[in-house]
Design a protein around this ligand. Structure first.
Ligand code: QAP
Ligand code: CO
Length: 178
């Protein structure tokens, strides 16, 4: 297990389109274990491989309060969605900033697990939003893309400033886990 460092907006490496993941071997298990370690360390509920600069369609999620319900999604696809909602989102690649984004409250999706077995499932609320947010990453998309130019440039300026003075916010708790 290795802690990996997370790319921060506006890093252009976050803009790549990730290809389908094809190898279900020990190197995938290592990637997934590093992603969970990094995600839990950074107090996140969702992480995409591209955020640690691995360009492939692999996602780790844990929205449980006890942080003991690991979900791995490989090559996930949303099949159905319903009921738009506004959700206050953040992102480990956009530390310290939160804005409302329109998402779907319920989704049906399919994905492969870490062994390469395809499964179908449904999600609502926080989990549904998290899956939509993470799939966006696999397509080079970040939640700030949905915001007004003014909000996005405010965030970009703030993060560039943080980087220059080395003043990233201390992540003491995950605001999404109540
Ligand atoms: C994506 O985001 C997400 O800035 C995952 O100081 C966000 O794990 C899905 C985090 C909202 C659904 C709803 C961000 C923690 C974690 C921060 C995250 C921070 C501490 C973000
Ligand atoms: Co994110």
């Amino acid at each position: 297990m290795t802690l990996r460092s997370i790319l921060h907006y506006p890093d252009n490496r976050l803009r790549q389109h990730c290809p389908e993941h094809t190898s279900f071997d020990d190197s995938l298990k290592e990637l997934v274990s590093d992603m969970f370690e990094t995600m839990y360390h950074e107090k996140g509920i969702g992480l995409s491989a591209i955020q640690i600069n691995v360009i492939t369609r692999v996602i780790t999620i844990d929205v449980s309060k006890e942080q003991n319900q690991k979900l791995v999604l490989i090559n996930p696809v949303i099949l159905e969605m319903s009921e738009p909602i506004l959700f206050d989102e953040g992102c480990l690649s956009v530390p310290g900033f939160y804005e409302k984004v329109e998402r779907f409250n319920h989704i049906k999706y399919e994905a492969k697990d870490v062994n390469g077995n395809k499964f179908n499932s449904e999600a609502s609320e926080l989990l549904a939003v998290c899956i939509q947010h993470e799939i966006d990453h696999l397509d080079g998309k970040i939640f700030v893309d949905y915001l007004s130019d003014m909000k996005r440039s405010k965030i970009e300026k703030g993060l560039t400033k943080q980087k220059n003075n080395n003043t990233s916010p201390q992540r003491t708790e995950n605001p999404y886990i109540k």
